[in-house]
Design a protein around this ligand. Sequence first.
Ligand SMILES: Nc1nc2c(ncn2[C@@H]2O[C@H](COP(=O)(O)OP(=O)(O)O)[C@@H](O)[C@H]2O)c(=O)[nH]1
Ligand SMILES: [Mg+2]
Length: 354
Amino acid sequence: MDIGIIGLKMAGKSALFSSFMGLGASEDGTRSNMGIVNVPDERLDELSAFYNPQKTTHSMVRFEDYPPLDTQVKQDRVRLYEGMKIKEAFVLVVGAFRRMTEDEIVEEFNQARFELIMSDLDFVIKRIEKLEKEIVRIAKNRAAREKELAFMQRLQPILESERMLRGMEFNNIESAIIINASLLTLKPLCYVINVSEDMDENIAQSAVTRIKKILEANGDNSPVIAVNAALEVELAAMDEIEIGDFMREFGIESPGREKVIKAAYELLDLITFFTVGEDECRAWNIRKGGKAIDAAATIHSDLARGFIRAEVIDHKNLIELGSMNDAKKAGKLRLEGKTYEVKDGEITHIMFNV
Ligand SMILES: Nc1nc2c(ncn2[C@@H]2O[C@H](COP(=O)(O)OP(=O)(O)O)[C@@H](O)[C@H]2O)c(=O)[nH]1
Ligand SMILES: [Mg+2]
């Protein structure tokens, strides 16, 4: 679970990253550009309040603060874009706080996207050249190479017209090719519009609206979140009481950084299940469509090996009914087998024997 924070120079990437890490305003230049963050989850908070466990363990996501997308030095660029290929998703920061007009904000958004598109185009063109040569020279796997070539030739004009590949439909063969290529404009992306209290609120708001419209017109449902990264850095340095006072004073419901972390986590298309008890309440992740046996394996290989049954209940039912016993009486606690598909938000207790 690895997410990159990207954007142009001075967009506020490092500020956003610092706010995630809770490092406060201090920047000594020696800190790491990678860090692990707890994913906020109200359901886990509820369960934790219910059990009052010794330990509460959130889902975690690793963030990396990247150099600017518009890095000019060729070597740095190559390293940056190669590194990005292994990430599962991105948070793209737009430095709206430095812009005077709505047009300028949208321009930065377009420019950042343009950099990603050009990286993909570069990959596709090189791949086409290589495949064309190989098809002439090598007889083995020629049919597969021809298929890939045709596919790459289909992607090229899309990228040349400065469009992302997101929203395109792919067949199985194409999907397999894509996984190997790690094309950046196909990766899930969350847009953060970094605003400031000094700027015209109307300009910020209308820029966000326009960016959402642009994405919509491209069949792209990526989230767009307005955040004041500099303010978030200050908030992250405060204790809980101070944050509470501050948010009440300014009528803020939840810190912007929490919204971004949650939205970024949701990009990964995982579901969360919980294990509960007086010792620990914990959130775990599996891929959507994962089965009870996968949930067991995520917790411990012994649980998968000796899997007997899973006791399953939706977290809401437990909270509403007040105890596992009452939930059982109400028929809300179910026994499920290995192939049961785990749903988001369920509490799973694996019974096993090794
Ligand atoms: N006023 C204001 N300044 C910001 C904001 N976000 C970042 N900055 C400042 O802008 C400069 C560049 O931010 P930084 O996070 O280093 O940008 P990066 O190049 O994208 O990593 C720093 O001096 C930040 O303190 C913001 O939301 N409001
Ligand atoms: Mg930076």
